[in-house]
Design a binder for this molecule. Structure first.
Ligand code: KG4
Ligand code: ZN
Length: 344
């Protein structure tokens, strides 16, 4: 019998039906990209309101596509941290209502741990624990020592912007639409990654597993519009834009790779798994795979549909349900970012 998973941490309204054997019977994602595009970033209040409108149709659609009867749903899982408080509360409220009506257990799960569990869904038992996990998306960029699906130690991560946020800002500076990551990747294919010498903040610091992207973003801004240039300076176009995009993308990938390498050295893990929207980036995937080959490490990357936010990764809730856990209707959300989780 399957579980119904619900995900509303940020700007995707998602529901999935997943069996105990981790088979995804249905996964529905309603993206709000178009609602936030004109603001070039997620507007929390718009996100909450859109979740309210969409959550019931999205859940209904997931159940319909799965082919299971409502009465066959064995449990409800919901992402309860981290995320935007209004968005999280919509998912939680829907999950509680459904669990109460169906009289089934409800368990909350961690969205970040779920991003890494997406690798488990995609690769099954071949994903070996422990591994070094990288979650990079619009809201988070962190490295973890993952000992088991529910036992993650945060080793470090960004001290300012998330990698996806940096991609989104860079795209905006280059006159490209939101979300910026896929746009930068597309434009960068025609560009020279060595055209501009952009900084690699904290890379030389071998004592810390921290990352920083805000200085890189500022450096790009000054290349696009030097200090003193008028505010209406036109966006770069053509080859100039492609070179800027490629140089920026390469700098982000170099920063992430340097810290992944350090995390492998520190933990002695023999495998790397990556998740989050930025894990969809081909340049990053290729760099991590090449590093894995150099060091004979296993590299595990989920398919694109499991990289960006989705509810299928809520299958991680089975790890708690199998222990007989049930959070009950007192379950609450923990908003914020994954940075709130202090490195140990
Ligand atoms: O995981 P996700 O869907 O949502 C969050 O939890 O944030 O990630 C969205 C982020 C956006 O910032 C988007 O620009 C970035 O992931 N992204 C990419 C790519 N696809 C999505 N960044 C770089 N390259 C991509 N191909
Ligand atoms: Zn996410």
């Amino acid at each position: 019998m399957p579980l119904l998973a619900i995900e509303t941490t940020c700007d995707e309204t998602a529901a999935a039906v997943v069996t105990r054997s981790r088979e995804v019977l249905a996964s529905v994602v309603a993206s709000q990209e178009q609602l936030h595009a004109r603001w070039r970033g997620v507007v929390p209040e718009i996100a909450s309101r859109a979740h309210v409108e969409r959550i019931i149709p999205v859940v209904d659609e997931a159940i319909r596509r799965s082919g299971v009867a409502r009465s066959d749903i064995e449990a409800v899982a919901v992402a309860v941290r981290p995320g935007l408080v209004g968005s999280l509360l919509v998912g939680l409220t829907a999950a509680k209502a459904i669990a109460a009506v169906l009289r089934v257990p409800i368990v909350g799960y961690d969205h970040i741990a779920a991003h890494l569990y997406a690798c488990r869904l995609a690769h099954g038992e071949s994903l070996p624990y422990p591994f070094v996990g990288l979650v990079a998306s619009g809201g988070h960029t962190s490295l973890f020592h993952v000992r088991s699906p529910l036992d993650l130690e945060r080793l470090g991560g960004t001290i300012d912007d998330a990698a996806g946020e940096a991609f989104d800002k860079a795209a905006s500076l280059l006159g490209l639409p939101y979300p910026g990551g896929p746009e930068i990747e597309r434009i960068a294919r025609e560009g020279n990654p060595r055209a501009h010498r952009l900084p690699r903040p904290l890379v030389a610091d071998r004592d810390r597993l921290d990352l920083s992207f805000s200085g890189l973003k500022t450096a790009l801004r000054y290349l696009v519009r030097p200090p003193g240039a008028p505010a209406d300076t036109p966006h770069p176009v053509g080859q100039a834009r492609a070179d800027l995009a490629a140089s920026f993308q390469q700098a982000v990938v170099d920063c992430i790779l340097a810290k992944l390498e350090l995390a492998i050295d520190r933990t002695g893990c023999r495998a790397i798994a990556i998740g989050g929207g930025v894990a969809a980036n081909a340049c990053l995937r290729e760099a991590v795979e090449a590093f894995g080959r150099r060091r004979s490490l296993g590299v595990f990357v989920p398919p694109l549909s499991l990289c960006t936010d989705n509810a299928a990764m809520g299958a991680i809730a089975w790890e708690r349900l199998e222990r007989g856990e049930d959070d009950g209707l007192r379950l609450d959300v923990t908003p914020g970012t994954d940075r709130s989780r202090r490195p140990r």
